[in-house]
Design a protein around this ligand. Structure first.
Ligand code: NAP
Length: 280
């Protein structure tokens, strides 16, 4: 069956809107600052999506579009200013950043209280401890999709991909939900033998149609986080038509995990606004 992200998204949008209303009743206007460096097409469209969704949810999005030749010092200065502002609750830096800028330094400069992406080392450490307030958005989207159709406890979950953005946080959250977790990557031997043991298979590699039915145990839940463009069309890392026939559930691309990811960012922004209002 198709695990439709759009259906889950509707439920999430309602949940977030209710939480935003609660905040506004307390005169708190949740706000997210998005920092875009340069004018790459993918960054432009990500920022546009965020602005549109923010408007829909009633969350203020402040878009900071900075020149691609900005110095690291100036970028860090901008972030520090946003850290100090009481009217901004979350800060998102669009990646990748230009060469002259040290990504680690930038992420470490965001105040952990406003790090709605969850990539600051303090929050990333807390993720593995099980205590982060801000679970990274794509991993949260993946977990929400899985939980909407099966219980995770005791299942064997195989995650292909070990990036800090998707693979590692997803594995951490699956472990927290009491799955037995195997992480695979480009150096993994006999990938097919391992994936065929998976009750839950999460794929986040960035290679179109890498996974076909030969990699999938019949009845498995297959989550495709990949986003690739072929001839102007979006496709995932999973060969959808081949795998659909034997998986119990499979997320489509587009219309699966991608739809949920931006919403998770706003869920984290609402959480940040709540946490900050308690500190003050
Ligand atoms: P990434 O940083 O390039 O990581 C890719 C991972 O795949 C690496 O761990 C790599 O292994 C592994 N890999 C590469 N080739 C492999 C192979 N043949 N077999 C097994 N593993 C292999 O990419 P990412 O940022 O995680 O993104 C992955 C995909 O997810 C992309 O298509 C991206 O667009 C998409 N994405 C989607 C969302 C969303 O919201 N849906 C969010 C972020 C990213 P090594 O570590 O050994 O190199």
């Amino acid at each position: 069956m198709i695990l439709d992200g759009k259906e889950i998204a509707l439920r999430l949008q309602n949940e977030i809107k209710t939480n935003v209303e609660e905040l506004k009743k307390r005169l708190i206007n949740p706000a997210l600052a998005v920092i875009q460096v340069g004018e790459e097409k993918a960054s432009e469209s990500y920022a546009k999506n965020i602005r549109r969704e923010g408007e829909n949810l009633g969350i203020y999005v402040e878009h900071h579009k900075l020149a691609s030749d900005i110095s690291e010092e100036e970028l860090l200065y901008n972030i520090k200013n946003l850290n100090l502002r009481k009217d901004i609750h979350g800060i998102l830096i669009e990646l990748p950043l230009p060469q002259q800028i040290n990504k680690t330094k930038v992420i470490e400069t965001i105040s952990p209280e406003k790090d709605v992406d969850g990539f600051h080392p303090i929050n990333f450490g807390k993720l593995f401890e099980g205590t982060t307030p801000f679970q990274p958005a794509t991993a949260q989207a993946i977990l929400t999709a899985i939980k909407s159709v099966v219980s995770i406890e005791g299942k064997h979950a195989v995650v292909i991909g070990r990036s800090n953005i998707v693979g590692k946080p997803t594995a951490a959250l699956l472990l927290q939900e009491n799955a037995t977790v195997t992480i695979c990557h480009s150096k993994t031997r006999n990938l097919k033998d391992i994936t065929n043991l998976a009750d839950i298979l999460v794929v986040s590699v960035g290679k179109p149609k890498l996974i076909d039915r030969n990699y999938v145990k019949p009845g498995a839940v297959v989550i495709d986080a990949g986003i690739n463009k072929i001839d102007g069309k979006l496709v995932g890392d999973v060969d959808f038509d081949s795998v659909k026939a034997i998986a119990s559930y499979i997320t489509p691309v587009p219309g699966g995990i991608g739809v949920l990811t931006t919403l998770m960012l706003f869920r984290n922004t609402v959480k940040a606004a709540n946490l900050q209002s308690k500190i003050i």
